[in-house]
Design a protein around this ligand. Structure first.
Ligand code: C2E
Ligand code: CA
Ligand code: CA
Length: 616
């Protein structure tokens, strides 16, 4: 395969060739006319005209960024023909002038031939296919000529000509090797020997212009290994490197021979496939190959004496010719790949416009969120929790954000953003402080609640200063003796943090704050952790409540949760209670606290106060 660099290099040599035909050419025409060798003059004249015109056309026609594979192929063929033509003229001139020993023109002929061969080696060294035959074409006639002089100095000159030919070959080969190696290094990844990102981006650009002409589709698979960093960190980079090489082997084994595979960096690989006439075929093919790859990559790796298991996340974008930059497609595949990671890894997703809009929106929200607290856009809402006999026993604090650009933004949208940016630490602290202030205010106003529940994120709890922050706030707003009951709601995902999280919870509990397991039944749900985690309450997830009338197993699930709570002596709150029927079922099975639209949605502070006073 010819690399782009060879094409580019040859392209650059076209003007040199044109110049070399023009300048010495005019000299030859002059010498020809002077010595009555009109045929020589004529040849050069024709040569100059053809090379100038054809050279100009070929020079202009070349554009690496828009030419497809076949166009480049034709261009290369045409350009090679021109180079052959150019050097053939030198040969012809040699043949015409060499018999002219009387006028001394045969010296010029010999000089011409040696010069031409040197130029061929210097000009065309990157392309073996060009310089090898040309050097022979130019030098062999010279050696033969010397040989047939028949005298001893003729033989010496023959030997000289052959040696010189060898030197030219040697120099051109050495330059060629260096050229090829440099190109290889700049376009390949050292560790895996695959093409690198720079090369791939250029390649993709070309593929896009190919598709523009054919009107077809192709796909881009972005493969990212899951938790590769853990392998690297725990077993060392040597094992990591070997694992990567093994991964590459497996990918290669499972893709078409002419699919383009490159390493984008780290543990990210990218593949483009064939061209397909229609979108559906392209999608099917991309899905099939993704599934094959996912399965192949998941098989056990044996490296040294380690048995490793690793999965991959694959994002797919379909390539059509309507985007201007190859980076767009890589970005799309990247977005799809992140979606897979977010949905639990080990899978494949196709990029779609909705995904892109969501990503754009999230990026914008992320920008705005940084200043939301400062601009006082974050407010608290309060949702009552009610006992069996309809008394308000508590309240859950829920964050609300609204701004001019998006209006009301649901916490399900902005909390995850705050979590992954780390902003949740600041935001969470702000919410807790605002909630404490409200609790104090209410207690002064005589609004007595048994407890106030505040949601926490894992990242917040795991922040090194969490315990200190909470202690400081708690002591700042509440005096000893008149402390309201605060409940922190955490989700089952904290279990993944291990023992450390228990220590933190225990420290906070010493203040008198309680813990509730939110969205119970949706996450890791395991009996052993309810026993081990120091929690006081569980909240039955609203999805189970919602399904109560539809599915028998939802009923069984709720019954079981209530039963477990009884065994472990935990308080239970049923959330998302919307109908009388649900309430009745829950009461029948021993649930004591209810939260949901049946009673009230989340209310702003003033509305909550009003609601409280009415119910009292
Ligand atoms: P969550 O903790 O499970 O909160 C309960 C959600 O259910 C709230 O949605 C609430 O408005 C809604 N809800 C209450 N009753 C009903 C009902 O009868 N039917 C239905 N369909 N829904 C009901 P919201 O306020 O949109 O909050 C969504 C999630 O955002 C919360 O789920 C919580 O995980 C998170 N969140 C909200 N505020 C905060 C916060 O201050 N900090 C943290 N870390 N997360 C928060
Ligand atoms: Ca909650
Ligand atoms: Ca919940």
């Amino acid at each position: 395969m010819k690399t782009d660099e060879i094409y580019t290099y040859l392209h650059k040599q076209i003007p040199v060739m044109m110049l070399l035909s023009l300048a010495p050419g005019l000299g030859y025409i002059f010498l020809g006319l002077l010595n009555d060798i009109y045929i020589g003059a004529l040849f050069w004249y024709i040569g100059i005209v053809i090379i100038s015109l054809r050279g100009y056309v070929l020079y202009k026609r070349f554009d690496l960024s828009t030419m497809g594979k076949s166009q480049l192929g034709t261009w290369y063929k045409d350009t090679s023909v021109l180079f052959y033509f150019f050097f053939s003229i030198w040969l012809v001139i040699f043949l015409i002038y060499i018999p002219e020993s009387e006028s001394g023109m045969h010296y010029i002929a010999i000089f011409t031939e040696i010069g031409a061969a040197t130029v061929a080696a210097a000009l065309l060294f990157p392309d073996k296919k060009l310089y090898k035959p040309l050097l022979l074409l130019l030098m062999i006639p010279l050696a033969i000529y010397f040989f047939f002089i028949g005298t001893w100095y003729g033989y010496v000159l023959t030997a000289f000509a052959l040696t010189f030919t060898w030197v030219l070959f040697y120099v051109a080969n050495a330059s060629n090797e260096l050229f090829t190696r440099t190109i290889f290094q700049s376009t390949h990844d050292y560790l895996t020997g695959l093409y690198n990102r720079q090369f791939f981006v250029k390649y993709l650009q070309k593929k896009m212009s190919e598709l523009k002409q054919s009107g077809g589709y192709s796909y881009l698979l972005l493969i990212d290994l899951d938790h590769f960093k853990t392998v690297n960190d725990s077993l060392g980079h040597d094992v990591g490197d070997q694992l990567l090489r093994e991964v590459v082997k497996r990918i290669k084994r499972n893709i078409y021979v002419d699919a383009m595979l490159s390493r984008l960096g780290g543990d990210e690989f990218i593949i483009t496939g064939d061209n397909y006439p229609n979108k559906q075929k392209c999608k099917e093919s991309a899905l099939k190959i993704s599934e094959v790859l996912l399965a192949a990559l998941k098989e056990t790796y044996v490296i040294g004496n380690h048995h490793l298991y690793i999965s991959a996340s694959i994002g797919v974008s379909l390539i059509k010719s309507n985007k201007n930059s190859s980076h767009d497609f890589i970005k799309e595949a990247d977005i799809a790949m992140y979606e897979v990671k977010e949905k639990g890894r080990d899978g494949v997703f196709f990029f779609d416009e909705e995904m892109s809009e969501r990503v754009e929106r999230n990026l914008r929200l992320e920008q705005l969120l940084y200043s939301a607290i400062g601009k006082k856009q974050i407010k608290l809402a309060f949702q009552p929790q009610v006992s069996r006999d309809n008394n308000i026993t508590g309240v859950e604090v829920l964050a609300r954000w609204s701004n001019d650009e998006f209006g009301d933004i649901p916490p399900a949208d902005f909390i995850p953003i705050a979590e992954h940016t780390g902003l949740i630490v600041e935001l969470g602290k702000y919410i807790i402080e605002s909630a404490f202030i409200t609790a104090k205010e209410w207690s002064n106003k005589g609004i007595e609640l048994r407890y106030m529940s505040i949601n926490l994120s894992v990242r917040q709890i795991m922040h090194y200063n969490f315990v200190n922050d909470i202690t400081a706030l708690y002591e700042k707003y509440f005096e000893q003796g008149s402390r309201p009951k605060i409940v922190f709601e955490v989700t089952e995902s904290i279990v993944a943090e291990g023992k450390e999280v228990c220590d933190i919870i225990n420290k906070i509990k010493k203040l008198g704050i309680q813990f509730s397991m939110d969205d119970f039944g949706t996450g890791y749900s395991s009996l052993s952790y309810i026993r081990n985690l120091p929690i006081d309450e569980i909240k039955i997830d609203r999805r189970f409540i919602d399904e109560l009338s539809d599915y028998k197993n939802a009923e069984a699930m709720v019954e079981t949760i209530l039963h477990i709570a009884k065994i472990f002596n935990l308080e239970v709150v049923a959330e998302g209670v919307e109908t009388e029927e649900q309430r009745r079922f829950l009461i029948e099975h021993g649930c004591k606290i209810f939260q949901g639209y049946l009673y009230s949605g989340a209310l702003c502070k003033d509305d909550f106060e009003q609601y409280y006073l009415e119910k009292k």
